[in-house]
Design a binder for this molecule. Sequence first.
Ligand code: NAD
Ligand code: UDP
Length: 320
Amino acid sequence: MAGFVRKRVLVTGGAGFLGSHLCERLLALGHDVLCVDNYFTGTKDNIASLMGSPNFEVMRHDISMPLMVEVDEIFNLACPASPRHYQYDPVQTLKTSVLGAIHVLGIARRTGARVFQASTSEVYGDPDVHPQTEDYRGNVNPLGPRACYDEGKRCAETLFFDHRRKHGTSIKVVRIFNTYGPRMHPEDGRVVSNFITQALRGDDITLYGDGSQTRAFCFVSDMIEGFVRMMDTPDEVTGPVNLGNPHEITVRELAERILRITGSRSKLVFAPLPQDDPTQRCPDIGRARALLGWEPRVALEDGLERTVVFFARLFDRNRD
Ligand code: NAD
Ligand code: UDP
């Protein structure tokens, strides 16, 4: 390949939903990939198809502990992402975000590697600016049940920008908005996985609150394209850059679409809205368009259909 430079790339959280798709993409591009994961929410199944590749290596390790590896680039994705998982052990969630950032930035400082941080739209909390632009500073409740995740990710961003200022580290920070697709964890409690699994099993569809809260859902392949483009930007592009699909819908509309796609007869039922649940969320992706020439291509209908196929196969396999 003319001009191609094979890199040694560390992906923390590489056995998770986004991480496994990213490892797959990096291998397809010809890179040497080291996946580091403690399997808290990730699984060996997610990376099973990559195991045969001579360019793929896996290390079981908790990123809240120091790590010594020699690499050219780092994608830092390790962190549980769904409220159910990140609230299971909130102190560990904070350690993963904060100590994890310190450790990957330490590797970057020692080796000169470029380092990417998977930050989140949750840094905006329950936003009073809509849609959210990167210069909005957010409305996070630092004492609430979501704070271990939100504040951990905010602190990680701070650490990234301090390393940039103090040590000239090459950093790339993206703020990811709700992303869905094959390899989501069926028990993660997130809205897309919950509604699809409930619809496929014929269980009630649980709308929290009155279902009028909004989200904007990005298909996983679009998100991974955004990651790769961001990593390849010139050094002066640090972010933060919002990545997400700006097509905003209510949670109730999402449920109705999933019922249509699956042909399920499940009933909609209402359950209490969790504390601090953001009422509206939608990215402004002007910066990603300008800097990366990126925007999502997969329509919600197509992405949901592909995700339904994934869960239907998973359930068939588990029945066998
Ligand atoms: P995921 O839970 O599927 O993946 C996280 C991975 O990190 C898992 O494989 C898990 O085992 C691993 N992990 C967790 N703690 C670890 C630790 N201490 N040491 C090593 N590995 C650890 O979640 P995901 O949806 O793939 O999210 C990946 C990243 O993207 C996360 O950092 C998340 O905060 C961010 N993000 C995701 C979304 C989304 O909608 N999926 C939105 C915003 C941000
Ligand atoms: N939600 C819901 N029913 C569910 C799961 C989630 O109504 O079974 C709602 C949740 O209250 C939130 C939205 O769907 O308003 C998205 O929730 P999710 O946990 O997927 O992600 P969040 O964007 O809140 O981190």
